[in-house]
Design a protein around this ligand. Structure first.
Ligand code: NAD
Length: 302
């Protein structure tokens, strides 16, 4: 019987919340935390262990980078976070160094390990991690606009009183300021948004802005975001472990453009397994191209 191991690099707000969310979905036998701050990491592990009695996960441990390299899933969420008002892209210089150190320390990575990038700026650092690790591109991707998509569906849900999971809509492009909703492809109970009178253009614009700004709002109030991303990354892990083949908006490499950005993709045990071309309208196609251009420009700073 396979003994599934998840390693989380970076035991801060995001890493510890991912560990906590993974514990309560009982999908992995072992969850390992790794951090350059040893005492802090030890504290997070022994604190999380107190919750083990309430979940069925079997082990939560502190590990080394080398041990993490042999895990089934590696989640990378180490590094600096945004200060109030700071853009994700402003973290690029600091976090590029963090990612470089991590891959150096990991050494050889098991060849079928799935690597999930979470550190911001997400899209350019996913590309950077692919380049320096040489790991197969379908096995290394970013959490992308999955969280933003959940935020979007949450706002739509509030307007029309339909559960968020019954709203099929995606935020796409950059996990950042140029992301946007592919409204023309959205469906609710098989119906396009135009059949919902509550969803006027003004309401949809407001939802778009609120979705883009939600992280800024949370950071302004409490300094960091972690519950939403914790739940999203735990769901990504479960999808991989159970080979669910769920369609999620994740940040992966697009040969045609030479960068990573988010579009819906089938996620399974082999990472990104299938990609769909969204039938975007002309305005959305233009928005996607300008989001890609922004990521390309940011990636030049790598
Ligand atoms: P945090 O400050 O709470 O934790 C960061 C941790 O990384 C610290 O414990 C630190 O010791 C550790 N660290 C630093 N360098 C390291 C290294 N080389 N190896 C191992 N550990 C190292 O920050 P946080 O709130 O957990 O945020 C972490 C990252 O996640 C940030 O870049 C943040 O912007 C990003 N984030 C991404 C999303 C998303 O949707 N992709 C959402 C929220 C946060």
């Amino acid at each position: 019987m396979k003994y599934t191991k998840i390693a989380i690099i970076g035991a801060g707000n995001v890493g510890s919340t991912i560990a906590y969310a993974c514990m309560f979905q009982n999908s992995a036998a072992e969850i390992m935390l790794v951090d350059t701050n040893n005492d802090f990491c030890k504290g997070q592990v022994i604190d999380l262990r107190d919750a083990l009695a309430f979940s069925k996960s079997s082990r939560i441990v502190q590990g080394t980078f080398k041990q993490a390299g042999q895990s089934d899933i590696i989640i990378i969420c180490a590094g600096a976070k945004q200060k109030p008002g700071e853009k994700r892209t402003e973290l690029i210089g600091t976090n590029k160094k963090v990612i470089a150190t991590i891959f150096e320390e990991l050494g050889s990575i098991k060849k079928d390990t799935v690597i999930v990038m979470v550190t911001n700026p997400l899209d350019v650092l996913t590309l950077y991690a692919q380049e320096i690790s040489g790991h197969p591109q379908h096995l290394i991707f970013g959490s992308g606009t999955y969280l933003d998509t959940q935020r979007l569906c949450g706002y739509v849900s509030e307007k029309i009183a339909v559960a968020p999971e019954s709203i099929h809509a995606y935020m796409i492009g950059e996990h950042g300021d140029s992301e946007f909703p592919a409204w023309s492809c959205a469906r609710i109970g098989g119906n396009p948004l135009s059949s919902f009178t509550e969803l006027t253009p003004a309401v949809l614009d407001k939802i778009t802005q609120e979705t883009r700004n939600k992280a800024y709002e949370i950071i302004k109030c409490k300094g960091a975001t972690y519950f939403g991303i914790g739940a999203c990354v735990a769901a990504i892990c479960k999808t991989i472990i159970f080979d669910e083949k769920t369609i999620l908006p994740l940040s992966f490499f697009h040969q045609e453009y030479g960068v990573c950005f988010s579009l819906p993709a089938v996620l399974g045990a082999n990472g990104i397994e299938k990609v769909f071309d969204l039938p975007l309208n002309a305005i959305e196609k233009k928005s996607l191209l300008s989001s890609i251009e922004k990521i390309k420009k940011d990636a030049q700073g790598l």
